[in-house]
Write a protein that binds this ligand. Structure first.
Ligand code: G6P
Ligand code: ZN
Length: 543
């Protein structure tokens, strides 16, 4: 085995986005493209001799060869040990869990989350730091800077490692341990939740359908839900991770998981339905005839958290992203804990969790999690719901309705206008921004505006400030309209319009969501001249 120094030239555009570097597989397949980015990571880390890293991906096309390349580069950089998931597979939350449990220096996650996979799909790579969470911006920016000045990378010519066999091997001086990707994660879940109660629930005939969407979560769900919790075989569907996710879009929302939604609204619906995304960090919760919004899910988990052993002593606080509904705020008030409002992006929760200010975090984009790790966690949310269902002995619908009766219902919906002209979208936001002062004093179709601003976040821990995080118009009756441009889109711009209306009266909790929000949608359109400015008649996706 020899370590080679390979001359290379920088590639343009290797700046990590919201969640690492995400590009088409074909771009990653260019000679040196992956190597350059990985070299930039190692250069950013500084002295990597003797450190321990965790490595795994969501199993999409290109995962296997990327794992081998990264191992050979890690060996060339003197890394002491790499913990790699069997088959090169590990969910994003599991990587976070393994980094923390083994006290690793950091980890590399290979995933493009819910973006389509396969030879013509997307691939992605991101670096996580020692708290198990995504690297903060100063690190991702340093990685990017390094990608621009690279002249060479280091790589060993060692033969490929057998990723199927558990156990330890060596490459150069480096130890490689192929680990069961599920074991550490499952052990953590068993500590957080009342597995006995959930086992009893299934033993009593409770039925469930978990859609693994042919993504990374399938093996985790099979091992935990069917294996440890005793749910009947077949409870987890689409459980085998495929390199192209079976051609589906592994993003759990009512639009992409249409089959599961159809099942849950049919006569033969099981008691509970759930799904996760490509890399296992998102979740969708569905009851018989009722899809739970991610915002409500966060609030309901918070309100019932103490049923789970890991949260028996209560929660320290809650954080939600700004566009996420304010349902959780009401629970926080009732519990007497703080509720933090952060910009969109899981990375903003890390400081709050590290400082012990919050226990639970959630986003409207089907992300929920807690301080057990530093990523959002799809299966964790599903297990939390199972624990709540087992403890309460009620249906999903009863739990949701009782929550609304106690706290009021926050009707909530997101309207996406995808792949619109970026210039038009920017112009629309700029025009809104220019009117904020005037809007703050308005009454809009009977709603008095309490606040109109362009959201600025002051991180209470590191005191950093981020601005331009979305325009919000908050009414005195608690209704909200939020406009934002997506930070994860790959084509043109995606305008996201978030609508929320608060309704305290239980007699008014049965409206269709879109009907309940139609007057707010009309106000939002008129105020921003939305459809006119971006040249669209209607949203491309409504969730
Ligand atoms: C990713 C991030 C989330 C974010 C979501 C939507 O999943 O991890 O934190 O909420 O993308 O982001 P966007 O900027 O497209 O609204
Ligand atoms: Zn994801």
């Amino acid at each position: 085995m020899t370590i080679h120094t390979v001359a290379t030239n920088p590639f343009a555009g290797q700046r990590p986005g919201t969640s690492g570097l995400r590009k088409k597989v074909t771009e990653f397949q260019q000679l040196g493209y992956l190597e350059n980015f990985v070299e930039a990571i190692f250069e950013t880390l500084g002295d990597t001799r003797g450190i321990t890293l965790v490595l795994g991906g969501d199993g999409r096309f290109f995962n296997r060869s990327a794992i081998q390349t990264i191992l050979r580069m890690a060996a060339a950089h003197g890394v002491g040990k790499v913990l790699v998931g069997r088959g090169g597979i590990m969910s994003t939350p599991a990587v976070s869990c393994v980094i923390r449990k083994h006290g690793a220096f950091g980890g590399i996650v290979l995933s493009a989350s819910h973006n389509p996979g396969g030879p013509h799909g997307d691939f992605g790579i991101k670096y996580n730091v020692e708290n198990g969470g995504p690297a903060p911006e100063k690190i991702t920016e340093a990685i990017y800077t390094n990608t621009q000045t690279l002249t060479r990378y280091l790589i060993s010519d060692a033969p490929p490692v057998d990723l199927e066999r558990l156990g330890t091997t060596r490459m150069e001086q480096m130890e490689i341990e192929v680990i069961d990707p599920v074991a550490d994660y499952a052990e953590l879940m068993a500590r957080l939740f009342d597995f006995d109660a959930i086992r009893a629930l299934f033993a009593g005939g409770f039925t469930m359908c978990f859609d693994g969407m042919h993504a990374v979560c399938g093996p985790y769900a099979k091992a935990i839900i069917e294996g440890m919790l005793g749910a009947p075989a077949g409870t987890v569907i689409n459980a085998v991770p495929l390199e192209d996710f079976g051609g589906h879009h592994p993003d759990p929302n009512p639009v992409n998981a249409a089959e599961l939604i159809a099942l849950m609204y049919s006569a033969g619906a099981p008691d509970f339905g759930a799904a996760s995304d490509g890399d296992g960090d998102r979740n969708m919760i569905v009851g018989r005839g009722i899809a739970v919004t991610p915002s409500d899910s966060l609030a309901i988990i918070a309100a019932n958290a103490t049923v789970a052993p890991g949260y028996r002593d209560g929660i320290k606080g809650i954080a939600r992203s700004m566009p996420t509904s304010t349902a959780a705020d009401r629970v926080a008030t009732a519990l007497g804990v703080n509720c933090f409002e952060t910009p969109t992006g899981w990375k903003y929760f890390g400081n709050l969790m590290d400082a012990g200010l919050v226990t639970l975090c959630g986003e409207e984009s089907y992300g929920t999690g807690s301080d057990h790790i530093r990523e959002k966690d799809g299966l964790w949310a599903v297990l939390f719901w199972l624990n709540i269902l087992a403890a309460k002995g009620k249906t999903v619908e009863q739990i949701v309705r009782e929550h609304w009766t106690r706290f009021g219902r926050n009707y909530y919906s997101r309207h996406d206008y995808e792949a619109v002209d970026a210039g038009d979208a920017q112009a629309m936001m700029a025009a809104l921004r220019a009117r904020l002062q005037e809007l703050a004093r308005c009454t809009l179709a009977g709603h008095r505006v309490a606040l109109a601003d362009d959201f600025i976040y002051h991180d209470p821990v590191d005191k950093s400030v981020v601005s331009h995080q979305g325009i919000r118009i908050v009414m005195t009756d608690g209704s909200r309209i939020v406009y934002r441009l997506s930070g994860t889109g790959t084509e043109g711009a995606t305008v996201r319009l978030y609508l929320e209306r608060y309704e305290a009266d239980p007699a008014r909790h049965d409206f269709d969501t879109q009907e309940a929000l139609s007057s707010l949608a009309a106000i939002a359109d008129a105020v921003a001249e939305l459809r006119l400015r971006i040249g669209r008649e209607r949203p491309s996706v409504i969730t």
